[in-house]
Design a binder for this molecule. Structure first.
Ligand code: NAG
Ligand code: NAG
Length: 402
């Protein structure tokens, strides 16, 4: 196959040279001209530079996967060297017989063959802070645990990653918080790569990080907020669900859940002509033309579900809590802590957030929903998405502080 040649030099180098020169010398100038009149922009409110960034992101996501540019090490390598206002810590994997390794997680791990593992995590500090991981939580001290996005197979918690723009952004705008932990949970992989770390590997790592915060760092569960963006938001909901559904000694559920552009339905069950998925296709960062059928068989879905029956993407609330295929939703979110849901008004998976908010509300959970007009998926990671990013962070922090 011709595309296979792209794996090898000099074809790979030639292709990339062609690609990036046409990108910078043809596409970008054309976009600049086309989007100059605001009536041509996907959203008239968008500044010209934002149109170019979004078109650029869409293009880059369409690069052939044969180039191998989007593959990451499924066991994230710890950051090296001196970190700025951040510190590396190793979170020990749960013990095989740990009380926290129970319920749905133990069931699914039995099917997919996942074992607990130790993983890197990062403490982020306010610039003026003199805290270190040696300093235990002070009485009443609050913190948050950030689970980054990346469709379960990309991204990182490292201080030099894109997701760190959220961790640092939240810290910067919250008066009451001096530090936060971001966890480099295991990433999933599947063919054409070696098959690795399906569900619930990432979740098991997030549970270990929560345990670390409570048991090693000494934070009270009620003073911990779980934060997740995109696929990290999916993990955040599942993590909270794990502690709400299982009464684990010494590990009560966290005090709150902050969901940012969360991906909460791997089965894309709400897609219709009127859904956000169709409506917002021209205004989001994803390439056009991904049908829900293609999404259900996407690399991310195949990697995350592993050997699980595909039906679980439709009906398992640990995987798709916003799915329309869950028969009885009454009580599905009972016992969840207070929740703040932020999503972009221009993002395709906006309906995931709306459905989750409705279900939480129906179960009597104190939920705040913040839909940011004309904002794209995971806009809080993008430092060019201003002023929406800063304003959204501020509203989330007001909620965090309350
Ligand atoms: C709901 O949460 C908000 C923000 O945390 C808080 O101000 C409000 O008092 C809560 N409402 C109830 C009924 O608990
Ligand atoms: C995230 O923040 C860094 C600065 O810390 C910046 O260089 C980078 O461009 C940001 N990422 C995005 C995608 O905006």
């Amino acid at each position: 196959m011709a595309s296979d040649l792209l794996k090898y030099q000099p074809f790979k180098g030639l292709y990339l040279t062609y690609y990036f020169s046409s990108f910078f010398f043809i596409r970008v100038p054309l976009w600049l001209i086309w989007y100059l009149p605001s009536r041509n922009r996907p959203k008239p409110s968008w500044p010209l530079t934002r149109c170019v960034f979004i078109m650029g992101l869409r293009e880059i996501m369409r690069l052939p996967k044969e180039l191998g540019l989007r593959e990451r090490d499924p066991i994230p390598a710890p950051a090296k060297g001196k970190l700025k206002n951040a510190e590396l810590v190793v979170v020990e994997g749960l013990l095989e017989d740990s009380d926290a390794f129970c319920g749905e997680i133990r069931r699914a791990a039995g099917i997919t063959g996942v074992k607990p593992a130790s993983i890197p995590a990062y403490w982020f500090y306010k610039p003026e802070s003199s805290l270190s991981q040696e300093v235990k939580a002070r009485p009443g001290e609050r913190t948050f645990l950030h689970l980054h996005g990346g469709a379960f197979h990309l991204g990182s918690a490292r201080p030099d990653s894109t997701a760190a723009n959220i961790t640092r952004g939240l810290l910067a705008h919250s008066e009451k918080l001096d530090r936060a932990l971001a966890v480099d949970y295991r990433l999933a992989a599947t063919s054409p790569n070696p098959f690795m770390n399906p569900y619930p590997a990432a979740l098991l790592d997030c549970i270990a990080a929560y345990r670390y915060l409570v048991v090693e760092a000494g934070f009270e569960p009620k003073n911990i907020i779980i934060v997740g963006d995109s696929a990290g938001g999916n993990l955040a909901f599942a993590l909270v669900r794990h502690f709400v559904e299982n009464n684990i000694p010494g590990l009560a559920p966290p005090g709150g859940l902050l969901s940012l552009s969360s991906w909460l339905d791997l089965s894309f069950s709400h897609v219709s002509a009127e859904s956000s998925y169709a409506r917002n296709a021209p205004t989001d960062i994803f390439p056009l033309g991904n049908t829900p059928e293609a999404q259900r068989e996407s690399y991310a879905n195949r990697a995350y579900l592993g050997l699980l029956d595909r039906e679980e993407a439709r009906t398992n609330p640990y995987i798709s809590p916003a799915s329309a295929h869950i028969k009885s939703t009454e009580g599905l979110f009972k016992g969840f802590p207070r929740t703040f849901i932020s999503a972009g008004g221009a993002e395709k998976i906006l309906d995931d957030s709306k459905v989750a908010a409705e279900r939480l509300q129906a179960d009597g959970v104190n939920v705040t929903i913040d839909i940011v007009p004309d904002a794209v998926h995971d806009f809080m990671t993008f430092t060019w998405h201003e002023p929406e990013r800063t304003e959204g962070l501020k509203r989330a922090c007001k909620w965090l502080n309350s």
